[in-house]
Unconditional design. Structure first.
Length: 522
């Protein structure tokens, strides 16, 4: 490196020998790359370079070109016809090593030539030699030997757009005619910039995803997400993710704009201008919604009130609940992560899943199911079932007292829904009624029912918090069961007992024997 000072309108000239002396270079007959820099405006200094032969005759101009970073450099045409050849020279201007692709395009395909240059390193290659070697590239492509013309593009060895800092020179020469002409590479430029929402809506605590795209001068959109700088128009709603470029993490329900800023090559077709740049910005709208993680309990009986807890994020303090058809929701307390509410399920509600959502700041959450239970069957609670041994008993019929034998069975019923799951709802009205006894070998008559008079209800008897109620006594006392003062076996007399539980009616088949009582055969 050496410094030179030029006065106004002063010109200076260096021969190769003078330049080597100034730079302290050894005497060399090879190729060197020269990089000049100066302080001043873009047109303050005019530079020119040319080649001379051993007779000091001028041979051809060496095009001097401004250098700087670029996304891609278009090397224009290359030619290997009629004795021509094309030579490409590359100089790494960066302070660290760089990897490049020189992609050679030709009629029918393309060939990707990898180049690695250390800091300050350079290389030169001829297109004809590349064709002659017939080495497949990383994609298995070759340039057919008969290929004579094409174009070339220099870019970073990356599937994503990357800035490269490289000096490029390209020339077409002909040994037979002793001619050589330089080509001026020019920069790939971009003419538009946009942002699109790949996933524009997400619940609080999760990520939306956006991408940015630049329109190249060749007409294709290039993914520029990783090279963009991202901002949120409303950080109270969404903030840039700390782990994924273009992602925004929901903070609270609402809307925001995902904004991307990028510096893109503006391009220039005129030598020796360097690659200009232009700043672009664009945005796309996103939405953050509340999030429901769970509803507990996630089921409740028709005709009953179920107290539920909805857990999640982004509820705020003034959210509302939609709980589906014929289910009304009344909030009793609320904070940002939890809602306590009473679900009142109409007696006319259809059984099965109802979709529950929460709306906060005008945005609706995801939905979770609340299962409406219809009392559909009864089961005997384990450990509650007992039957007394057959013994003598008395009963009154038509004002006359009779002596017979019989048993009494008592237990606790569990109310189950249409899917066979326990209905754990307190306060469901419970009462029973009996049908006609048939057959009736024990000649039994009236029955003890929940309410008085028999076969009427409701009368204030309800299920407990577990959805259970007591069958206090299924009793039989029959003279048929007493013979010569001794209790004997006999039966059964069969009757249907219908339990009315909440909105459901459940029929149990009761079989009375002298020594036992069976419910649905058990």
């Amino acid at each position: 490196m050496f410094d030179a000072t030029l006065a106004a309108r002063q010109a200076s000239h260096w021969t190769p020998e003078e330049l080597s002396t100034e730079l302290g270079l050894p005497k060399s007959s090879g190729m060197i790359n020269l990089v000049f820099s100066y302080q001043g405006g873009p047109s303050d200094v005019i530079m020119a370079s040319g080649s001379i032969d051993q007779t000091k005759s001028y041979v051809f101009e060496i095009i001097m070109k401004g250098v700087g970073k670029s996304i891609a450099t278009l090397l224009k045409d290359w030619d290997v016809s009629n004795g021509n050849d094309t030579m490409i020279s590359l100089l790494n201007l960066d302070e660290k090593g760089q990897d490049f692709w020189v992609t050679l395009f030709f009629d029918g395909g393309q060939y990707k030539l990898p180049v690695h240059l250390k800091a300050g390193g350079s290389t030169t290659f001829n297109i004809s030699e590349t064709i002659m070697l017939q080495q497949p590239d990383s994609d298995g492509h070759k340039i057919p030997p008969a290929t004579l013309h094409g174009t070339a593009v220099l870019s970073a060895a990356s599937p994503d757009p990357q800035w490269v800092n490289v000096g490029v020179s390209i020339g077409i020469f002909n040994v037979s005619t002793a001619t050589c002409g330089g080509h001026c590479p020019y920069c790939a430029n971009f003419t538009a910039f946009r942002v699109q929402a790949d996933q524009g809506t997400a619940p609080v605590g999760q990520d939306t995803q956006f991408s940015s795209w630049a329109l190249s001068s060749s007409g294709g959109w290039v993914d520029y997400t990783l090279q963009s700088t991202w901002f949120s128009s409303n950080i109270q709603v969404a903030q840039p993710s700390g782990s994924t470029v273009g992602a925004f993490t929901g903070v609270s329900p609402g809307s925001f704009a995902a904004e991307a800023f990028a510096t893109l090559p503006a391009g220039s077709d005129t030598c020796p201008d360097y690659c200009d740049t232009m700043d672009w910005d664009a945005s796309a709208n996103g939405t953050i919604t509340p999030r429901i993680d769970s509803i507990s309990p996630a089921q409740g009986a028709a005709g009953a009130i179920t107290s539920v807890t909805i857990s999640g994020q982004g509820f705020g303090t003034s959210a509302s609940i939609s709980a589906g058809s014929n289910v009304s929701a009344s909030i009793t307390s609320i904070n940002d992560t939890q809602i306590h509410a009473n679900f009142t399920v109409s007696s006319s509600a259809s059984g099965g899943n109802q979709s529950v959502s929460v709306t906060a700041s005008g945005e609706s959450s995801n939905t979770l199911n609340f299962y409406v239970q219809i009392p559909s069957s009864l089961s005997i609670v384990s450990g509650t079932d007992s039957t007394a041994s057959e013994a003598q008993c008395t009963f009154t019929s038509g004002g006359q007292q009779f002596t017979g034998c019989g048993v009494t069975r008592s237990f606790t019923y569990q109310v189950n829904d249409q899917a066979g799951n326990a209905v754990q709802s307190a306060g469901l009205q419970v009462w029973d009624s009996f049908g006609t006894v048939s057959p009736n070998p024990l000649n039994i008559g009236g029955f003890n029912t929940t309410c008085t008079p028999a076969n009427t209800g409701p009368c204030g008897v309800t299920t407990n918090s577990a959805g259970q109620f007591a069958e206090l006594a299924l009793s039989v006392c029959s003279t048929v069961c007493l013979s010569n003062g001794v209790c004997v076996t006999g039966g059964p007399s069969v009757v249907n007992q219908t339990w009315h539980v909440g909105t459901g009616s459940i029929t149990q088949n009761i079989s009375y024997y002298c020594q036992k009582v069976l419910v649905n055969g058990n």
